[in-house]
Design a protein around this ligand. Structure first.
Ligand SMILES: [Zn+2]
Length: 379
Protein backbone atom coordinates (compact mmCIF):
# COMPACT_ATOMS: atom_id res chain seq x y z
CA UNK A 1 0.00 0.00 0.00
CA UNK A 2 1.25 3.47 -0.77
CA UNK A 3 1.70 5.96 2.06
CA UNK A 4 -0.78 8.33 0.45
CA UNK A 5 -3.61 5.87 0.94
CA UNK A 6 -2.94 5.53 4.68
CA UNK A 7 -5.13 7.30 7.17
CA UNK A 8 -3.99 7.41 10.80
CA UNK A 9 -6.31 8.86 13.44
CA UNK A 10 -5.86 9.14 17.19
CA UNK A 11 -8.61 9.83 19.73
CA UNK A 12 -8.83 10.05 23.51
CA UNK A 13 -11.12 7.05 23.44
CA UNK A 14 -12.35 4.76 20.69
CA UNK A 15 -15.61 2.90 21.19
CA UNK A 16 -14.85 0.17 18.67
CA UNK A 17 -18.13 -1.59 19.55
CA UNK A 18 -16.35 -4.89 18.85
CA UNK A 19 -17.65 -7.34 21.45
CA UNK A 20 -14.17 -8.54 22.49
CA UNK A 21 -12.67 -5.06 22.94
CA UNK A 22 -15.35 -2.36 22.86
CA UNK A 23 -13.27 0.48 24.35
CA UNK A 24 -9.73 1.65 23.66
CA UNK A 25 -8.22 4.44 25.73
CA UNK A 26 -5.89 6.67 23.70
CA UNK A 27 -6.64 4.70 20.57
CA UNK A 28 -5.34 4.83 17.01
CA UNK A 29 -7.12 3.75 13.87
CA UNK A 30 -4.96 2.97 10.85
CA UNK A 31 -6.73 2.58 7.53
CA UNK A 32 -5.59 1.94 4.00
CA UNK A 33 -7.88 2.72 1.07
CA UNK A 34 -10.78 3.21 3.45
CA UNK A 35 -10.41 -0.19 5.13
CA UNK A 36 -9.25 -0.55 8.74
CA UNK A 37 -5.80 -2.06 8.78
CA UNK A 38 -5.17 -1.80 12.53
CA UNK A 39 -7.00 -0.41 15.53
CA UNK A 40 -5.34 -0.46 18.93
CA UNK A 41 -4.06 1.65 21.79
CA UNK A 42 -1.47 4.27 20.79
CA UNK A 43 1.17 2.64 22.98
CA UNK A 44 0.76 -0.62 21.07
CA UNK A 45 0.95 1.00 17.65
CA UNK A 46 3.64 3.66 18.07
CA UNK A 47 6.53 1.21 17.65
CA UNK A 48 5.30 -0.20 14.34
CA UNK A 49 3.79 2.91 12.79
CA UNK A 50 6.05 5.91 12.44
CA UNK A 51 4.04 7.99 9.96
CA UNK A 52 1.97 11.10 10.67
CA UNK A 53 -1.09 10.72 12.87
CA UNK A 54 -4.03 13.12 12.88
CA UNK A 55 -5.04 13.81 16.46
CA UNK A 56 -8.81 14.18 16.88
CA UNK A 57 -8.46 15.32 20.49
CA UNK A 58 -9.64 13.93 23.83
CA UNK A 59 -13.15 12.98 22.69
CA UNK A 60 -14.68 9.64 21.80
CA UNK A 61 -14.54 8.13 18.33
CA UNK A 62 -17.32 5.67 17.45
CA UNK A 63 -18.28 3.75 14.29
CA UNK A 64 -20.11 5.61 11.53
CA UNK A 65 -23.77 5.74 12.58
CA UNK A 66 -26.64 3.79 11.05
CA UNK A 67 -30.08 5.40 10.87
CA UNK A 68 -32.30 2.33 10.57
CA UNK A 69 -35.49 4.19 9.64
CA UNK A 70 -35.72 7.28 7.47
CA UNK A 71 -37.91 8.55 4.66
CA UNK A 72 -35.43 10.89 2.97
CA UNK A 73 -37.82 11.37 0.04
CA UNK A 74 -40.06 13.46 2.32
CA UNK A 75 -37.31 15.85 3.41
CA UNK A 76 -38.69 18.77 1.38
CA UNK A 77 -41.81 18.71 3.59
CA UNK A 78 -39.95 19.45 6.83
CA UNK A 79 -42.03 21.51 9.23
CA UNK A 80 -45.19 21.36 7.11
CA UNK A 81 -47.18 18.69 8.97
CA UNK A 82 -49.49 19.09 11.96
CA UNK A 83 -47.75 17.68 15.01
CA UNK A 84 -48.63 17.12 18.65
CA UNK A 85 -52.24 16.12 18.04
CA UNK A 86 -51.85 12.42 17.26
CA UNK A 87 -51.42 10.31 14.14
CA UNK A 88 -54.70 11.13 12.40
CA UNK A 89 -54.13 14.89 12.28
CA UNK A 90 -50.53 14.32 11.29
CA UNK A 91 -51.29 11.90 8.44
CA UNK A 92 -54.16 14.05 7.15
CA UNK A 93 -51.83 17.02 6.92
CA UNK A 94 -49.14 14.85 5.30
CA UNK A 95 -51.26 13.39 2.50
CA UNK A 96 -52.31 16.87 1.36
CA UNK A 97 -48.66 17.76 0.66
CA UNK A 98 -46.71 17.10 -2.59
CA UNK A 99 -45.20 13.77 -1.51
CA UNK A 100 -43.36 13.30 -4.82
CA UNK A 101 -41.72 16.72 -4.80
CA UNK A 102 -38.25 15.93 -3.48
CA UNK A 103 -35.63 18.07 -5.23
CA UNK A 104 -31.88 17.89 -5.74
CA UNK A 105 -31.08 20.87 -3.51
CA UNK A 106 -32.91 19.38 -0.55
CA UNK A 107 -31.21 16.03 -1.07
CA UNK A 108 -27.80 17.69 -1.21
CA UNK A 109 -28.56 19.39 2.12
CA UNK A 110 -29.74 16.09 3.61
CA UNK A 111 -26.55 14.40 2.44
CA UNK A 112 -24.41 17.11 4.05
CA UNK A 113 -26.40 16.96 7.32
CA UNK A 114 -26.05 13.18 7.50
CA UNK A 115 -22.28 13.39 7.07
CA UNK A 116 -21.96 16.22 9.59
CA UNK A 117 -23.84 14.09 12.13
CA UNK A 118 -21.58 11.07 11.60
CA UNK A 119 -24.17 8.99 9.74
CA UNK A 120 -22.62 6.44 7.41
CA UNK A 121 -25.67 4.37 6.53
CA UNK A 122 -29.44 4.67 6.23
CA UNK A 123 -32.26 2.17 6.15
CA UNK A 124 -34.40 4.36 3.93
CA UNK A 125 -38.04 3.92 2.96
CA UNK A 126 -39.29 5.07 -0.43
CA UNK A 127 -42.83 4.76 -1.71
CA UNK A 128 -43.12 7.89 -3.85
CA UNK A 129 -39.84 8.47 -5.68
CA UNK A 130 -38.05 5.09 -5.58
CA UNK A 131 -35.93 5.44 -8.72
CA UNK A 132 -34.82 8.92 -7.82
CA UNK A 133 -33.99 7.88 -4.27
CA UNK A 134 -32.11 4.82 -5.50
CA UNK A 135 -30.03 6.99 -7.82
CA UNK A 136 -29.42 9.55 -5.07
CA UNK A 137 -28.35 6.95 -2.51
CA UNK A 138 -26.16 5.09 -5.02
CA UNK A 139 -24.30 8.31 -5.83
CA UNK A 140 -24.18 9.54 -2.22
CA UNK A 141 -21.35 7.35 -0.98
CA UNK A 142 -23.55 6.31 1.94
CA UNK A 143 -24.20 2.72 2.79
CA UNK A 144 -27.88 2.12 2.44
CA UNK A 145 -30.69 -0.33 2.26
CA UNK A 146 -33.63 1.06 0.32
CA UNK A 147 -37.00 -0.35 1.33
CA UNK A 148 -39.35 0.01 -1.64
CA UNK A 149 -42.62 0.54 0.14
CA UNK A 150 -45.79 -0.93 -1.25
CA UNK A 151 -49.02 0.72 -0.15
CA UNK A 152 -52.56 -0.18 -1.10
CA UNK A 153 -55.19 -2.86 -1.44
CA UNK A 154 -55.36 -2.99 -5.23
CA UNK A 155 -54.32 -6.04 -7.24
CA UNK A 156 -51.30 -4.25 -8.77
CA UNK A 157 -49.72 -4.08 -5.34
CA UNK A 158 -49.53 -7.87 -5.39
CA UNK A 159 -46.58 -7.74 -7.80
CA UNK A 160 -44.11 -5.77 -5.81
CA UNK A 161 -40.77 -7.25 -6.79
CA UNK A 162 -38.21 -4.63 -7.71
CA UNK A 163 -37.14 -3.96 -11.25
CA UNK A 164 -33.99 -2.08 -12.07
CA UNK A 165 -32.96 -1.36 -8.50
CA UNK A 166 -29.81 -2.90 -7.15
CA UNK A 167 -31.00 -6.12 -5.58
CA UNK A 168 -28.23 -6.16 -3.02
CA UNK A 169 -29.23 -2.85 -1.54
CA UNK A 170 -32.96 -2.62 -2.11
CA UNK A 171 -35.97 -4.79 -1.52
CA UNK A 172 -39.74 -4.38 -1.34
CA UNK A 173 -41.38 -3.69 1.98
CA UNK A 174 -44.81 -3.03 3.42
CA UNK A 175 -46.06 0.19 4.96
CA UNK A 176 -48.33 -1.07 7.74
CA UNK A 177 -50.96 -3.69 8.49
CA UNK A 178 -53.77 -1.21 7.75
CA UNK A 179 -52.35 0.29 4.56
CA UNK A 180 -50.81 -2.62 2.66
CA UNK A 181 -52.95 -5.65 1.82
CA UNK A 182 -52.07 -8.56 4.10
CA UNK A 183 -51.48 -10.87 1.09
CA UNK A 184 -49.02 -8.32 -0.32
CA UNK A 185 -47.24 -8.23 3.02
CA UNK A 186 -46.98 -12.02 3.07
CA UNK A 187 -45.74 -12.12 -0.53
CA UNK A 188 -43.08 -9.49 0.15
CA UNK A 189 -42.02 -11.11 3.40
CA UNK A 190 -41.70 -14.49 1.67
CA UNK A 191 -39.58 -12.95 -1.09
CA UNK A 192 -37.33 -11.13 1.39
CA UNK A 193 -36.90 -14.32 3.41
CA UNK A 194 -35.88 -16.26 0.29
CA UNK A 195 -33.44 -13.58 -0.83
CA UNK A 196 -32.00 -12.93 2.63
CA UNK A 197 -33.20 -9.32 2.70
CA UNK A 198 -34.44 -7.40 5.72
CA UNK A 199 -38.18 -6.70 5.73
CA UNK A 200 -39.44 -3.47 7.29
CA UNK A 201 -42.96 -2.61 8.37
CA UNK A 202 -44.44 0.14 10.56
CA UNK A 203 -46.02 -1.78 13.42
CA UNK A 204 -48.13 -0.81 16.43
CA UNK A 205 -47.29 2.87 16.07
CA UNK A 206 -50.47 4.63 17.22
CA UNK A 207 -53.81 4.07 19.00
CA UNK A 208 -55.82 4.49 15.76
CA UNK A 209 -53.99 1.49 14.26
CA UNK A 210 -54.94 -0.65 17.25
CA UNK A 211 -58.57 0.50 17.07
CA UNK A 212 -58.83 -0.06 13.32
CA UNK A 213 -57.38 -3.57 13.44
CA UNK A 214 -59.34 -4.68 16.48
CA UNK A 215 -62.73 -3.09 15.69
CA UNK A 216 -62.64 -1.64 12.16
CA UNK A 217 -63.81 1.63 13.67
CA UNK A 218 -62.32 4.96 14.59
CA UNK A 219 -61.14 8.17 12.99
CA UNK A 220 -58.31 6.46 11.09
CA UNK A 221 -60.81 4.09 9.46
CA UNK A 222 -62.81 7.11 8.29
CA UNK A 223 -59.71 8.75 6.81
CA UNK A 224 -58.47 5.59 5.07
CA UNK A 225 -61.86 4.65 3.66
CA UNK A 226 -61.79 7.85 1.58
CA UNK A 227 -59.30 6.19 -0.76
CA UNK A 228 -56.92 3.58 0.58
CA UNK A 229 -59.01 1.12 2.54
CA UNK A 230 -61.79 -0.73 0.69
CA UNK A 231 -65.33 -0.45 2.11
CA UNK A 232 -65.26 -4.24 2.35
CA UNK A 233 -62.28 -4.20 4.75
CA UNK A 234 -62.84 -6.69 7.55
CA UNK A 235 -60.80 -6.06 10.68
CA UNK A 236 -58.87 -9.11 11.88
CA UNK A 237 -59.98 -8.38 15.43
CA UNK A 238 -56.39 -8.64 16.62
CA UNK A 239 -53.87 -6.16 17.97
CA UNK A 240 -51.05 -5.27 15.54
CA UNK A 241 -48.19 -7.45 16.81
CA UNK A 242 -50.47 -10.47 17.19
CA UNK A 243 -51.90 -9.94 13.69
CA UNK A 244 -48.40 -9.57 12.22
CA UNK A 245 -47.45 -12.88 13.79
CA UNK A 246 -50.62 -14.55 12.54
CA UNK A 247 -49.62 -13.45 9.02
CA UNK A 248 -46.17 -15.02 9.46
CA UNK A 249 -44.40 -11.68 9.25
CA UNK A 250 -42.28 -11.94 12.39
CA UNK A 251 -38.88 -13.58 12.21
CA UNK A 252 -35.23 -12.51 12.58
CA UNK A 253 -35.29 -10.82 9.16
CA UNK A 254 -38.10 -8.45 10.14
CA UNK A 255 -37.57 -4.90 11.36
CA UNK A 256 -40.73 -3.80 13.14
CA UNK A 257 -40.71 -0.02 13.25
CA UNK A 258 -42.13 1.90 16.27
CA UNK A 259 -43.80 -0.84 18.42
CA UNK A 260 -45.36 1.71 20.75
CA UNK A 261 -48.33 -0.54 21.50
CA UNK A 262 -47.34 -4.06 22.50
CA UNK A 263 -48.57 -6.03 25.50
CA UNK A 264 -46.08 -7.93 27.68
CA UNK A 265 -47.17 -11.14 25.88
CA UNK A 266 -46.56 -9.49 22.50
CA UNK A 267 -43.12 -8.33 23.60
CA UNK A 268 -42.35 -11.94 24.54
CA UNK A 269 -43.68 -13.01 21.15
CA UNK A 270 -41.41 -10.55 19.30
CA UNK A 271 -38.46 -11.86 21.33
CA UNK A 272 -39.36 -15.48 20.64
CA UNK A 273 -39.64 -14.86 16.90
CA UNK A 274 -36.32 -13.00 16.90
CA UNK A 275 -37.82 -9.95 15.18
CA UNK A 276 -35.87 -6.69 15.50
CA UNK A 277 -37.45 -3.41 16.57
CA UNK A 278 -36.59 0.09 15.41
CA UNK A 279 -37.66 2.74 17.90
CA UNK A 280 -38.21 6.32 16.76
CA UNK A 281 -38.73 8.09 20.10
CA UNK A 282 -38.60 11.70 18.89
CA UNK A 283 -41.03 11.00 16.04
CA UNK A 284 -43.49 9.36 18.45
CA UNK A 285 -43.21 12.30 20.83
CA UNK A 286 -43.55 14.94 18.12
CA UNK A 287 -46.61 13.39 16.47
CA UNK A 288 -48.05 12.59 19.89
CA UNK A 289 -48.76 8.86 19.53
CA UNK A 290 -47.36 7.69 22.87
CA UNK A 291 -44.11 6.19 24.10
CA UNK A 292 -42.76 2.75 23.25
CA UNK A 293 -42.18 0.30 26.13
CA UNK A 294 -38.45 0.56 25.46
CA UNK A 295 -37.33 -0.81 28.82
CA UNK A 296 -39.41 -3.96 28.35
CA UNK A 297 -38.30 -4.45 24.75
CA UNK A 298 -34.66 -4.21 25.84
CA UNK A 299 -35.20 -6.45 28.87
CA UNK A 300 -36.77 -9.09 26.62
CA UNK A 301 -33.50 -9.30 24.67
CA UNK A 302 -34.98 -7.97 21.43
CA UNK A 303 -32.54 -6.59 18.89
CA UNK A 304 -33.34 -2.88 19.21
CA UNK A 305 -32.08 -0.01 17.07
CA UNK A 306 -33.00 3.65 16.63
CA UNK A 307 -34.20 5.67 13.65
CA UNK A 308 -35.10 9.30 13.21
CA UNK A 309 -38.05 8.63 10.89
CA UNK A 310 -38.69 11.41 8.37
CA UNK A 311 -38.28 15.17 8.64
CA UNK A 312 -42.09 15.29 8.60
CA UNK A 313 -42.05 13.92 12.15
CA UNK A 314 -38.68 15.02 13.46
CA UNK A 315 -36.68 18.20 13.68
CA UNK A 316 -33.52 16.71 12.16
CA UNK A 317 -31.84 13.45 11.11
CA UNK A 318 -29.24 13.58 13.90
CA UNK A 319 -28.85 10.13 15.43
CA UNK A 320 -26.80 11.35 18.38
CA UNK A 321 -29.68 13.70 19.23
CA UNK A 322 -32.08 10.75 18.89
CA UNK A 323 -29.92 8.65 21.21
CA UNK A 324 -29.60 11.50 23.73
CA UNK A 325 -33.40 11.95 23.78
CA UNK A 326 -33.86 8.20 24.16
CA UNK A 327 -31.36 7.99 27.04
CA UNK A 328 -32.93 10.94 28.88
CA UNK A 329 -36.38 9.41 28.60
CA UNK A 330 -35.35 5.88 29.57
CA UNK A 331 -36.03 4.57 33.08
CA UNK A 332 -32.74 2.70 33.19
CA UNK A 333 -29.09 3.49 32.68
CA UNK A 334 -27.90 1.82 29.50
CA UNK A 335 -24.29 2.99 29.57
CA UNK A 336 -22.59 4.46 26.53
CA UNK A 337 -21.71 1.18 24.83
CA UNK A 338 -25.26 -0.16 24.95
CA UNK A 339 -26.63 3.18 23.81
CA UNK A 340 -24.22 3.39 20.87
CA UNK A 341 -25.07 -0.22 19.96
CA UNK A 342 -28.57 1.01 19.02
CA UNK A 343 -27.13 3.23 16.27
CA UNK A 344 -24.10 1.16 15.19
CA UNK A 345 -23.67 -2.57 15.88
CA UNK A 346 -27.34 -3.57 16.15
CA UNK A 347 -28.66 -1.93 12.96
CA UNK A 348 -25.61 -3.17 11.02
CA UNK A 349 -26.59 -6.72 11.92
CA UNK A 350 -30.28 -6.14 11.22
CA UNK A 351 -29.55 -4.63 7.79
CA UNK A 352 -27.06 -7.41 6.92
CA UNK A 353 -24.14 -5.00 6.75
CA UNK A 354 -22.18 -6.15 9.77
CA UNK A 355 -19.35 -7.56 7.67
CA UNK A 356 -18.50 -4.01 6.60
CA UNK A 357 -19.82 -1.48 9.11
CA UNK A 358 -21.27 -1.21 12.62
CA UNK A 359 -18.01 -1.76 14.53
CA UNK A 360 -14.46 -0.50 14.12
CA UNK A 361 -12.43 -3.65 13.52
CA UNK A 362 -9.71 -4.82 11.18
CA UNK A 363 -11.06 -5.39 7.67
CA UNK A 364 -14.11 -3.17 8.11
CA UNK A 365 -14.71 0.29 6.63
CA UNK A 366 -12.93 3.18 8.30
CA UNK A 367 -16.16 5.13 8.78
CA UNK A 368 -16.37 6.87 12.11
CA UNK A 369 -18.28 9.46 14.11
CA UNK A 370 -17.33 11.64 17.06
CA UNK A 371 -19.58 11.31 20.09
CA UNK A 372 -20.79 14.76 21.20
CA UNK A 373 -19.87 15.79 24.72
CA UNK A 374 -23.51 16.06 25.73
CA UNK A 375 -23.95 12.34 25.13
CA UNK A 376 -20.68 11.08 26.57
CA UNK A 377 -21.06 13.16 29.74
CA UNK A 378 -24.61 11.91 30.28
CA UNK A 379 -23.34 8.39 30.70
ZN1 LIG B 1 -41.66 5.70 9.02
Amino acid sequence: MSDNSIQALRAGKIMTMAPDRPLLTDGVLLAADGIIHEIAAYREIKKEYLGPIQDLGPGIMAPGLINAHTHLELSHLKGRTVTGLGFEDWVQSLIRLPLKGIDARTLARVRADLSAGGTACVGDISGHSPSLMHDFLSASGLFFHLFLEQIGFREKALHPLPGKQNRLRSSPSGHALYSTHHRTLQLIKGWCREQGHPFAVHLAEHPGEVELLTTGQGRLAGILKKGLLPESFTPPGLTPVTFADRLGLLDPGTLAVHVVYASPEEIELLARRGAAVCLCPRSNALIGVGRAPAEKLLAAGIDVCLGTDSLCSNTDLDLFAEAAFFARDLHLDLGLEQLLALITRNPARILNMDKEIGTLERGKRALFSLVPEELSSEQ
